[in-house]
Design a protein around this ligand. Structure first.
Ligand code: PHE
Length: 379
């Protein structure tokens, strides 16, 4: 842990990701998606120039992609009406520097500061951090893009705002996933900061299932009042760049985004160059997959146990060598009511074959740390 604050739960491997800024890296898939989205907004939404010396029209939206990921609980939670007992505030879910400052778990943390600065239409992109499970699509660092658009109340009503939100985001999804994309709105979604809230889902042929691609809604009036914009109405959305990039480029594992292997990084190209078969997005060609190595661990848990704490240990010990941590068995002792869990840890390197001795050493460290820091009892 990093600071003297007893509240700090940020480890060095996580802190080392701060400043990597994958979304700035040229030809990186996250940068490509971000750039296409910004270009799409620049081309689609224009307004007469605000400067007296120019007669040309200019983009409606402003873009921010360099805001510090260190934010306050005020910006990240209180300003967004997130309840004091909401799980996203828990130390099991969020990385804290101290009691009031943290690594943003979503780019919504910038909504109120940008609105207070007078911005009425913007996209804000950045790296976000969450303590979470470990599998092919969850990594403690990921990237989001936030969008906000406001109008004076005198110009719009709620029906207008919702219709604009839907047409804007449907246009965006069509721009990236193609005109044939099948989508639907989930109107039962809930976010404390939007009312109503809506999630957009697209149909994935490959998975034969709906895939949620963004959260959105009409910005809660209390938020606008708190930023002195009570006379405005508007919408907000947030989307995860990794999920969009994994779907568009067929990238199978979220760890690949962090790879410095040229076999990964050289596969992507700017969208102005189409592939031979006319696709805008190249299909990622996996370089040979190295064999996995499975290790099981089971233990009795103390009352305070949280699965994210165990995942964090595995991540700290194994770094990007861990592919997934899957709960394979759970059992509550009928007499003592104690909970026993069993996990299967899949170790796999993306660039080399793992050596047995090395994996055994990792697993031994995981076992030791679980006992020492989580007070579990190995079985
Ligand atoms: N911040 C939300 C999330 O991380 C997404 C969102 C943004 C929802 C803006 C509504 C409005 O899931």
């Amino acid at each position: 842990m990093l600071t003297a604050s007893p509240h700090c739960n940020i480890t060095l491997p996580i802190l080392n990701k701060v400043g990597r800024n994958l979304h700035h890296q040229e030809h990186h898939p996250l940068n490509i998606i971000k750039t296409i989205i910004e270009d799409h907004f620049s081309k689609t939404f224009r307004q007469p120039s605000t400067s007296a010396s120019s007669t040309e029209d200019e983009p409606v939206f402003r873009y921010f992609d360099n805001m510090s990921p260190r934010v306050t609980t005020q910006q990240c939670f209180d300003d967004l009406l997130i309840q004091p007992d909401h799980v996203s505030r828990a130390v099991t879910d969020t990385y804290y520097f101290d009691e009031t400052s943290l690594l943003r778990p979503h780019t919504s943390a910038h909504q109120t500061e940008l609105m207070r600065a007078g911005h009425k239409a913007f996209l804000a992109t950045g790296d976000c951090y969450r303590r979470d499970e470990i599998d092919y699509c969850h990594y403690p660092v990921f990237h989001q893009m936030e969008g906000v658009r406001l109008w004076p109340c005198s110009e719009v009503d709620d029906a207008y705002v919702i219709a604009d939100l839907k047409s804007t985001l449907e246009g965006l999804v069509r721009r990236l996933f193609g005109d044939d994309i099948v989508f639907r709105w989930d109107e039962a979604a809930y976010f404390p900061f939007t009312e109503p809230s809506l999630e957009l889902e697209i149909w994935s042929e490959e998975r034969q299932d709906w895939l949620e691609v963004l959260g959105s809604g009409v910005i809660h009036t209390d938020i606008l009042r708190n930023v002195d914009m009570a006379d405005h109405r508007g919408w907000a959305f947030g989307l995860g760049l990794e999920r969009w990039a994994m779907t568009l480029f067929d990238i199978p594992d979220i760890r690949l985004f962090w790879s410095e292997d040229p076999r990964f990084l050289t596969q992507f190209r700017p969208s102005s160059k189409k592939t031979e078969d006319g696709r805008e997005f190249v299909r990622f060609a996996p370089f040979s997959k190295y064999p996995p190595c499975f290790k099981d661990i089971s233990f009795w848990t103390p009352e305070s146990y949280h699965a994210n704490d165990f995942a964090a240990i595995v991540r700290d010990v194994a770094g990007d060598l861990v592919e997934s941590v899957t709960l394979t068995d759970e059992f509550t002792h009928p007499k003592t009511q104690r909970l026993s869990v069993c996990y299967r840890i899949t170790y796999r390197s993306m660039s080399a074959s793992l050596v047995d001795d090395d994996v055994n050493a990792l697993q031994e460290k995981v076992r030791q740390l679980a006992v020492d820091t989580l007070a579990v009892e190995l079985r």
